[in-house]
Write a protein that binds this ligand. Structure first.
Ligand code: PLP
Length: 376
C-alpha cells in the first residue's frame, strides 16, 4: 500500500470480533488471565493496551520500521531514547533543536555527565572532527527549528560510520515527506502532538526503528515508568493520522505560496523555507524528501514590526506548537527557544525580528489577507 492508504487502513485491531471500523478505545487498566501462567497478550495497561498497539503498528508501517512505540508526548519519547545511551556518552546534536530537546539534553549533561556538542550537522568536516570513541549518538532535526536548515542524513551516516546511533526528529516533515530510516537513520522520533495528531488537541510521541534490542529496552522503560500513550489518546492519534497525507499536502501548498508572498514583502528581510529556489538545503531536500512541509520562518525589519504582527493577527493564532489544522505564528526568541544559550541564538539569527509560521489548511486567500493586514 501507498502511504496515504496506510494512513486510512493501517491501524489494525487484532482483537476485533465485531467488524468495528474504528479501533475502539480499550479503556481498561487491567486484563483477566484465562488461566495460571496464561495471558491474552494484555495484562496491565501501563505495559500495553490494544488501542496503543494498533497505533504503534500503523506508525511502524508509515516510517518503514520494524517497531514503533507510542509515548505520552514527544519529550517522553526522547527521554526514553536517551536511556539507551550510557552515562558519560558524547552526544552530538543539530544546533537549533527544539527548545525542549535542548532542555532535556542539558538535564542529562548534569545528571548522567553527557557531553553534549551542538553543531551544524550538515557540515561533514565539523562532524568528522567532533567524533570521539565515546560518541554514542547524533541527534538531528531536519529541517531544523526554527532556521529551517537541512541535514543530509545519508552523508551523516557515511561520516559517522555504523557505531554511532543516528536519531532523527521527523516532526516537521512526517513520513509523508521524509522517511529517515531509508537514509540510514537508526531511530526516528516524533512529537505526535504536531502533524500526526494534527488538530492541536492531543499530546503524543513516537520512537520508530529497526533494532529489536532497542525495542526491548524501550518497552522496558515504558513498562517501568508508564510513559506509554493512553488508550483514549491513541484513538485520537489514529483518527488524526487518517487525514495526514491530505493535511500535509494542503499545508505545504499554502506554505509555498506564503513563502513566495513574504519574500516580496517590503517589511520582510529574509524567508527560510526549503521550497524556495534560494534555500541552501534545496538540493538535499530533493534527494531526501518528497515535500518541503508547512513550516517556515521569516525575519522582519524591526522588533516593532514583529510585535505588532503578533498582536494584529486575527485568523492566524499567536500560539506555541505547530502542525495542526490552524495556522499558528510563534516568536521563537521568547517562546520555543528561550532556553537556547544566547550566543547560539545570536549566531543562528534567532532574534527579536524572527517569526515562525506553522501553516495550516485554511483558505490561502484568507491567510494572505490576515498576513497583509498584520504586517501593514
Ligand atoms: C513539540 C516538539 C517536540 C516535543 O514534543 P511534545 O509532544 O510537545 O512533548 C519535539 N521535537 C519537535 C521538533 C517538536 O516540535
Amino acid at each position: 500500500m501507498k502511504l496515504s492508504s496506510i494512513c486510512v487502513h493501517g491501524a489494525i485491531d487484532k482483537n476485533n470480533r465485531t467488524g468495528s471500523l474504528a479501533v475502539p478505545i480499550y479503556q481498561s487498566a487491567t486484563y483477566a488471565h484465562p488461566g495460571v501462567g496464561q495471558s491474552t497478550g494484555y495484562d496491565y495497561a501501563r505495559v500495553q493496551n490494544p488501542t496503543r498497539e494498533a497505533l504503534e503498528g500503523l506508525m511502524a508501517a508509515l516510517e518503514g520500521g520494524r517497531y514503533a512505540l507510542a509515548f505520552s508526548c514527544g519529550m517522553s519519547a526522547m527521554d526514553a531514547a536517551m536511556t539507551l545511551l550510557a552515562p558519560g556518552s558524547h552526544v552530538i546534536c543539530t544546533e537549533d533543536l527544539y527548545g525542549g530537546s535542548v532542555r532535556l539534553l542539558s538535564v542529562l549533561k548534569q545528571r548522567l555527565s553527557f557531553d553534549v556538542e551542538c553543531l551544524d550537522t550538515n557540515d561533514q568536516t565539523a562532524l568528522q572532527k567532533a567524533l570521539r570513541p565515546e560518541t554514542a549518538a547524533i541527534f538531528i532535526e531536519t529541517p531544523s527549528n526554527p532556521t529551517m536548515r537541512v541535514t543530509d542524513i545519508a552523508a551523516v551516516r557515511r561520516t559517522v560510520g555504523s557505531d554511532v546511533k543516528i536519531i532523527v526528529d521527523n516532526t516537521f516533515l512526517t513520513p509523508i515527506f521524509q522517511r529517515p530510516l531509508e537514509f540510514g537513520a537508526d531511530m526516528v522520533l516524533h512529537s505526535g502532538t504536531k502533524y500526526l495528531g494534527g488538530h492541536n488537541d492531543t499530546l503524543a510521541g513516537f520512537l520508530i526503528g529497526n533494532d529489536l534490542d532497542d525495542e526491548e529496552k524501550l518497552r522496558f522503560v515504558t513498562k517501568t515508568v508508564g510513559s506509554g500513550l493512553t488508550p483514549f489518546d491513541s484513538f485520537m492519534i489514529i483518527r488524526g493520522l487518517k487525514t495526514l497525507d491530505l493535511r500535509m499536502k494542503k499545508s505545504q501548498e499554502n506554505a509555498l505560496q506564503i513563502a513566495v508572498f513574504l519574500s516580496h514583502h517590503p517589511k520582510v528581510t529574509k524567508v527560510r523555507y526549503p521550497g524556495l529556489t534560494d534555500h541552501p538545503g534545496r538540493d538535499i531536500s530533493f534527494r531526501q524528501t518528497v515535500g518541503f512541509g508547512g513550516m517556515l520562518s521569516f525575519s522582519v525589519d524591526s522588533k516593532e514590526t514583529a510585535e505588532k504582527a503578533l498582536e494584529r493577527v486575527k485568523l492566524i493564532l499567536f500560539a506555541e506548537s505547530l502542525g495542526g489544522t490552524e495556522t499558528l505564528i510563534t516568536y521563537p526568541f521568547l517562546q520555543t527557544h528561550a532556553d537556547v544559550p544566547s550566543e547560539t541564538r545570536a549566531r543562528l539569527g534567532i532574534d527579536d525580528k524572527l517569526l515562525r509560521l506553522s501553516v495550516g489548511i485554511e483558505d490561502l486567500e484568507d491567510l494572505m489577507a490576515d498576513l497583509t493586514q498584520a504586517l501593514a
